[in-house]
Write a protein that binds this ligand. Structure first.
Ligand SMILES: N[C@@H](CCC[C@H](N)C(=O)O)C(=O)O
Length: 255
């Protein structure tokens, strides 16, 4: 089986061209491929499948082998893969677990439209929203010194979030009026990743609501820079949300 490795600001993925729908690996086998010591190493695995009425379908698995909810950086990488295959050119229209997505393609960036977001909830000092995947946003003073793995795991497994099978957790520091530094504990990876697209989107929308930050918001992550652009607000709902940043082919291999 041929596979392709892609990364978007360090959120890395194994991608399989599954247009013939021959992929039949189970959860442990997917986890083994994603393992960083015994496998290829990745935060997730994606299938590109055919879908009627769309350029393609995105199927996303977390690195523990479970099928995930939406992955923003994964979506951006899959669009770059579709462009590399010649399936799409400047624009892509695809279907994912959370519904249809549009994306715009340039040599340096993929701009991925995310689902509209209707509301943001406050839980004590934390905020919670769903940008295709569930996300807690917690503001911290110095995010570089935050224990993302341990505090993130405690929040992810806490009683409050078991209703939606746990949550991803973002630790956010406002660096200046237009810029956030975001570090994310990812559900399904059960560790910090270098970047999380649905997570930085959640951080940007919450920061519009709570910190008065305006679109576009620049985001620093451990793996590079992203931007989140949007219209609306938490009262009327957020629309036209775009996650913008690089997505790159790393290598191709055979297993
Ligand atoms: N890395 C992703 C988010 C992946 C989904 C998540 N782990 C989950 O299933 O909750 C992103 O870039 O959005």
């Amino acid at each position: 089986m041929q596979f392709y490795k892609y990364q978007g600001t360090g959120n890395d993925f194994v991608i399989i061209d599954d247009r013939n729908q021959a992929f039949n690996l189970d959860t442990p086998a997917i986890a083994a491929l994603c393992h960083r010591r015994f496998g290829i190493g990745a935060d997730g695995l994606m299938l590109l499948q055919m879908a009627e009425g769309y350029d393609f379908r995105m199927v996303y698995f977390n690195s523990d082998g479970t099928e995930g909810t939406m992955c923003g950086n994964g979506g951006r990488c899959l669009v770059r893969f579709a462009a590399d295959l010649g399936i799409v050119q400047e624009k892509a229209h695809f279907i994912a677990v959370d519904g249809p997505h549009l994306a715009y393609i340039t040599p340096s960036t993929i701009s991925l439209q995310m689902q509209d977001v209707a509301n943001i909830a406050q839980h004590d000092d934390d905020y919670f929203t769903n940008t295709g995947s569930p996300h807690v946003v917690r503001y911290v003073q110095q995010v570089q010194f935050t224990d993302v793995k341990n505090i993130g795991a405690a929040i992810r497994y806490s009683e409050a979030y078991q209703g939606q099978n746990g949550t991803n957790v973002n630790f956010v520091e406002k660096l200046d009026p237009q810029t956030l530094f975001v570090r994310t504990y990812e559900r399904g990876v059960e560790d910090e990743t270098y970047s999380c697209g649905t997570g930085v989107t959640a951080a940007a929308l919450v920061s519009n609501t709570t910190k008065g930050m305006h679109s576009p918001i620049q985001i620093k992550t451990l793996g590079g820079e992203l931007a989140v652009q949007f219209e609306g607000n938490s009262t009327d709902g957020f629309t036209e949300i775009f996650l913008i940043g690089p997505a790159k082919h790393v290598f191709t291999g055979e297993i």
